[in-house]
Design a protein around this ligand. Sequence first.
Ligand code: RP5
Length: 161
Amino acid sequence: MKVGIIMGSKSDWPTMSHAAAMLDQFGIAYETQVVSAHRTPQLLADYAQGAQQRGLKVIIAGAGGAAHLPGMCAAFTSLPVLGVPVQSRALKGMDSLLSIVQMPKGVAVGTLAIGESGAANAGLLAAQILATSDTDLLAKVDAFRAKQTQQVLEHPDPSEA
Ligand code: RP5
């Protein structure tokens, strides 16, 4: 497994599945697990501290509300941690975003957008990180972007179905 996708609750999966789907597109092996900063703190410590030794290169961590998972995960490992703010019911994910993005200097989390776009882009960014040392994967990322560009250029009329 190259990428670990963790999330605070099963209820985060509909969002975080978009990270998994992006990794699937690139044929990147990943694992998924519920790891909660609040409900299973010891599991979080064990997961993050053992991640590098188990061969993971990037961790994607999604959580909602008082979303401490990405920051605490980053505190336990020097692997790159990509944080996905899951959209919460009460505050629409602003709480998640602000909890994740405002890391104090010295411990870094790469924060993505709220919700599905952020999860998908976390998968894409993980692919781009891995592609820095994998030319086959870099070619796939380039092809993905070229196809996206082509689709826009081939259909410039916004009223077209
Ligand atoms: C967070 O609390 C989770 O990441 C989830 O987004 C939120 C709600 O969790 P559940 O009450 O649905 O389990 O820890």
